[in-house]
Design a protein around this ligand. Structure first.
Ligand SMILES: NCc1[nH]cc(CCC(=O)O)c1CC(=O)O
Length: 309
């Protein structure tokens, strides 16, 4: 048996990240007819996993999820890295390429602790550290109190159980990948918009590594890739960061994408939403949508975005 792996795939160590890395490996092995040993999973502890007690937006943002994996990729210690695309910064180092996006899972958020947003008891404490979830919730229910809650999926479920919050949100995709598909109630994504790139697993490699790009290309899902590219292009146009309450939902059909997006004031009082339909791969339509959203935004909202020149 050969001991040299064909591909070394870096991943964060959290249970969800490991589940996603296993899915990526299974798809690669199926596509190429490989034995499992062909893909070595290389777990890395990410900075974002070390600091659990403060909101991500405060401690350095999304870069904390990719810093170590980026380094290992540059040094050639891994050939590719698996990411939750929701957590990947909009602007990536030019040396990297997103070579594959796996078929996207359920884009919805699930609510834990109540049967619906309307059914959350008046004045309850809802745990979330995501600006999008906080603003979207307060927009619908200004009577509720948002409390910070961080940690991986199991930690957040335990914190809810321990009474640190009365309700919380988790992405359906993450729960499903962990086998927790019975947990929480799915929120209609048309009414409760998910985060840009939610439910998408991406695999990045060095842009000049033609061998790995081709191997990864075999499991790229074109429709999911086009959706995620459009949503990330929207983020680029908004100049948003993980501080910015931005929500987006793509619907694909026959080569075209309908993209709905909303931006909020952090306290949820203001919500600006708009949508656009365009051919998959259109690079300017998501930017135009971002521009329209910002043009409609009062200063209190626009201040949270770095407006493109
Ligand atoms: N921010 C953490 C994170 N990043 C990706 C997912 C879920 C899986 C996905 O959206 O692909 C989660 C957990 C959550 O938001 O509940």
């Amino acid at each position: 048996m050969s001991t040299q792996p064909i591909l070394r795939l870096g991943t964060r160590r959290s249970p969800l990240a490991m589940a996603q890395a296993h899915e990526a490996r299974a798809r690669l092995c199926a596509a190429h007819g490989w034995d499992e040993s062909a893909v070595e999973l290389v777990p890395v502890v990410a900075s974002g996993d070390k600091v659990q007690d403060r909101p991500l937006a405060e401690i350095g943002g999304k870069a904390l999820w990719t810093r170590e994996l980026d380094q290992w990729l540059v040094e050639g210690r891994i050939d590719a890295a698996v990411h939750s695309m929701k957590d990947v910064e909009t602007l990536r180092p030019g040396a990297f390429a997103i070579a594959a996006i796996l078929p996207r899972a359920d884009k919805a958020d699930r609510l834990l602790g109540a049967a619906s947003i309307a059914a959350i008891p008046a004045g309850a404490r809802v745990g979330t550290s995501a600006p999008r979830r906080a603003a979207q919730l307060l927009h619908l229910r200004p009577d509720l109190t948002v409390v910070g809650i961080r940690g991986n999926v199991a930690t957040r479920m335990a914190k809810l159980e321990a009474g640190e919050a009365d309700a919380t949100f988790l992405a359906a995709a993450g729960l499903d990948r962990l086998g927790e598909d019975a947990v929480g109630v799915g929120l209609d994504p048309e009414e409760w918009l998910p985060a840009p790139a939610q439910a998408a697993i991406g695999i990045e490699c060095r842009g000049d590594d033609a061998r790995v790009r081709e191997l990864l290309g075999a499991i790229d899902h074109a429709e999911s890739h086009a959706e995620v590219s459009a949503e990330r292009r929207l983020l680029e146009g908004l100049g948003g960061s993980c501080h910015s309450p931005i929500a987006a939902l793509s619907r694909s059909a026959e080569g075209s994408i309908a993209l709905t997006a909303a931006i909020f004031s952090p306290d949820g009082t203001i919500r600006i939403a708009d949508s656009a339909s365009f051919v998959a791969g259109d690079q300017s339509a998501p930017l135009d949508l971002a521009r329209r959203l910002l043009d409609q935004a009062p200063p209190a909202v626009a201040a949270h975005f770095r407006q493109a020149a």
